[in-house]
Ligand binder design. Structure first.
Ligand code: SF4
Length: 216
C-alpha cells in the first residue's frame, strides 16, 4: 500500500489535538511512580552504550547556532538517507547532532557535563522519557529508555516540569512532521534505497522549513 501524505497529515493533526489535551498532573503522577534522577553517568551522550543519536528540529539547530556561535554544519548533519530519485539524489528527513570520531556527542565534556545544558535539545532534556502512540492507541504512553537513573525517587515539582517538557516535545515533533510532509514534493517517484554508497551523490534533507541540498 502506498504512503498517502494527506492521510498521514490528517492522522498527525488528530494526534496533535490529543497531545494538546494531555493532563500534566496525570503524567506527573506516572513519572513519580516510575522515578528518575540523573546520575551523571553520561551514557546517553556517549557511543559506548549504543545508539546516542540526537535528532534536531530546525528551531533547535538555530538556537544552538545563535547561542554557541557555531555554523549549522558544525552543529548537525543529515541522518541516513532513505530514498533515492531518478537523478541519483538521496533523500532524508532528519538532522542529527554531530558526534566526534569516537561517536560521543560533541557537547559532552570529560566529567560528563553537557556544555549545551540550557539549550539542549528536546530529546536530551526529557531523557530517558518520551511519549509514543503505541499499537494505534489514541492517547500517547510514557515510554522509558534504558537509563541508570530510572527508578530513583523523583519529586513532584520536577515531575510536573518534566511532564510539560514531554508534552511540548511531542507537540514539537508532530508539528515538525506535519510541516515536513506538507513541504514534500515528488515523493511518489522516489525509491527506497537498498544498497548504495553516499560517495558522489547529493543529499536532499527535508524538514518543515523546506529542502537543503548537500553535495557529497
Ligand atoms: S547535547 Fe548534551 S545532553 Fe544531549 S547528547 Fe549532547 S552532551 Fe548529552
Amino acid at each position: 500500500m502506498r504512503f498517502n501524505i494527506l492521510d498521514a497529515v490528517s492522522d498527525l493533526k488528530v494526534k496533535k489535538s490529543m497531545a494538546d489535551k494531555l493532563s500534566i498532573n496525570e503524567m506527573a503522577k506516572q513519572l513519580v511512580s516510575i522515578g528518575f534522577e540523573c546520575v551523571r553517568c553520561g551514557e546517553c551522550c556517549r557511543a559506548r552504550s549504543g545508539d546516542n543519536t540526537v535528532i534536531l528540529f530546525p528551531d533547535e539547530i538555530q538556537l544552538i547556532v545563535d547561542t554557541q556561535g557555531m555554523t549549522p554544519d558544525e552543529v548537525c548533519e543529515p541522518s541516513i538517507p532513505q530514498f533515492i530519485d531518478d537523478s541519483g539524489t538521496l533523500h532524508c528527513f532528519e538532522w542529527v547532532l554531530k558526534r566526534r570520531n569516537s561517536g560521543d556527542c560533541i557537547f559532552i565534556d570529560a566529567d560528563n557535563t553537557c556544555m549545551l545544558y540550557q539549550q539542549r535539545p528536546w530529546i536530551c532534556s526529557t531523557y530517558p522519557f518520551f511519549l509514543a502512540f503505541t499499537n494505534g492507541a489514541i492517547k500517547p504512553d510514557i515510554m522509558v529508555s534504558e537509563c541508570k537513573g530510572a527508578g530513583r525517587p523523583m519529586d513532584e515539582e520536577y515531575a510536573i516540569k518534566l511532564a510539560e517538557l514531554l508534552r511540548d516535545r511531542l507537540l514539537a515533533e508532530i508539528t515538525e512532521e506535519i510541516g515536513l510532509l506538507e513541504n514534500l514534493e515528488g515523493f511518489e517517484d522516489w525509491e527506497l534505497i537498498r544498497d548504495y554508497s553516499r560517495q558522489g551523490y547529493s543529499i536532499a534533507v527535508h524538514d518543515s522549513r523546506g529542502i537543503t541540498y548537500i553535495t557529497g
